[in-house]
Design a protein around this ligand. Structure first.
Ligand code: 5GP
Length: 211
């Protein structure tokens, strides 16, 4: 079988943002434009919001099931966020990357730190809203959560934003299309990295005939 240009194992991209920064829309936009990137569907103990589909947005499980998975070492990373547990399945990540797909993980700053320790060549992207005022407006507008939850999220936002220095890239989401475009550019550039290129492909393609 001829060799492929890229090493088979796909890249991992982590995106984090304070809630309301538009991370989910940006991630969905990326996956629509680049079918070679798959979203890592997390496990959570949170109840589904209206319109959310089990197995697509999240795998919704009970606290007991979640704790069993933690005890079995099933998670690449996990964290408690706003009173609910969220975790990334090792198995899902490994299987999908082994098929050559890149994976995008939409996780919080605590989870991102764990991924950095476990898989240091992950690409970390931090997404910011245009301003704190805009973030307040978006959270109140979304209206899917009770007010005390919104306030909790707002007070957490500043603490999360400080963490941007642990990331490789920052995208300001003042325009959804522009933000998706930036993320596409990052994903494409990362796919072209020398460290991701298959040496056997170079040899076969270009060096075979050179004596
Ligand atoms: P939401 O409940 O609004 O969908 O997500 C709340 C927060 O949990 C977001 O910051 C989201 O990125 C984060 N999150 C979602 N899945 C995971 C996960 O698997 N691990 C971690 N650490 N955070 C997650």
């Amino acid at each position: 079988m001829p060799h492929t240009k890229r090493k088979l194992q796909g890249n991992l991209i982590v995106i984090s943002a304070p809630s309301g920064a538009g991370k989910t829309s940006i991630r969905q936009g990326l996956c629509e434009l680049m079918p070679e990137i798959k979203h890592s569907v997390s496990f959570t103990t949170r109840k589904p919001r209206q319109g959310e589909v089990d197995g697509v947005d999240y795998s919704f499980i009970s606290k007991e099931e979640f704790i069993n998975m933690v005890d079995s070492g099933d998670f690449l990373e996990w964290a408690e966020v706003h009173g609910n547990m969220y975790g990334t399945s090792k198995k899902r990540i490994d299987e999908t990357r082994a098929q050559g797909f890149d994976m995008i993980l939409d996780i919080d700053v605590q989870g991102a730190k764990q991924v950095k320790n476990a898989i240091p060549d992950t690409v970390f992207v931090f997404i910011l809203p245009p301003s704190l005022d805009e973030l307040k407006q978006r959270l109140s507008f979304r209206n899917s959560d009770p007010e005390d939850v919104i306030n909790k999220r707002l007070s957490k936002a500043a603490a999360e934003i400080v963490e941007y220095t642990n990331y490789n890239y920052v995208i300001v989401n003042d325009n959804l299309k522009g933000a998706i475009g930036e993320l596409v550019s990052i994903a494409k550039a990362e796919r072209a990295r020398v460290s991701k290129i298959n040496e056997d492909w170079i040899k076969e393609k270009f060096l075979g005939g050179i004596k």
